[in-house]
Design a protein around this ligand. Structure first.
Ligand code: FES
Length: 138
């Protein structure tokens, strides 16, 4: 996995990553995936929006095969050194990409990564699957 980061411009010197499951919302037939999955479509939309995103270098998008929340697709996670890790599910393929990047910005500017419910974009007010404590910064 590669992550392009710029720790000097990141609050708290954190390295951020937006994980996106590309297998979510797949259609399977006889053990094979048919066509493009919902996760791949969401990933493409995020990558498209991120082309003009000022945090694209500090907050790279990484595709992953699965985050074990398959029955709550589509699934993304925000993570950074020294911050809480958030896992969100139930994201729709259409209309969520800009909300995910907006939420990523909120996560980025919070030194501890806390994302209060009231401040999150509508699409991420529900579907919170996990909020994992941060490892201490070394
Ligand atoms: S297929 Fe997306 S979390 Fe498992």
């Amino acid at each position: 996995m590669t992550a392009t980061t710029n720790p000097t411009s990141s609050p708290g010197g954190s390295n951020h990553t937006l994980f996106v499951c590309k297998t979510c919302a797949s259609v399977w037939q006889e053990g094979k995936r048919i066509g493009e999955s919902g996760g791949e479509k969401l990933l493409q939309q995020l990558q498209h929006f991120a082309q003009d995103w000022d945090l694209r270098e500090q907050f790279p998008i990484e595709e992953v095969e699965c985050m074990s929340a398959c029955n709550r697709s589509c699934v993304v996670a925000f993570t950074a050194k020294g911050k809480l890790t958030y896992l969100f599910g139930d994201l729709t393929v259409d209309g969520c990409a800009s909300a995910v990047l907006e939420c990523a910005r909120q996560y980025y500017i919070q030194p501890d990564g806390v994302l209060p419910w009231a401040k999150r974009p509508e699409a991420l007010k529900k579907g919170l699957l996990a909020r994992i404590p941060a490892l201490p910064l070394m």
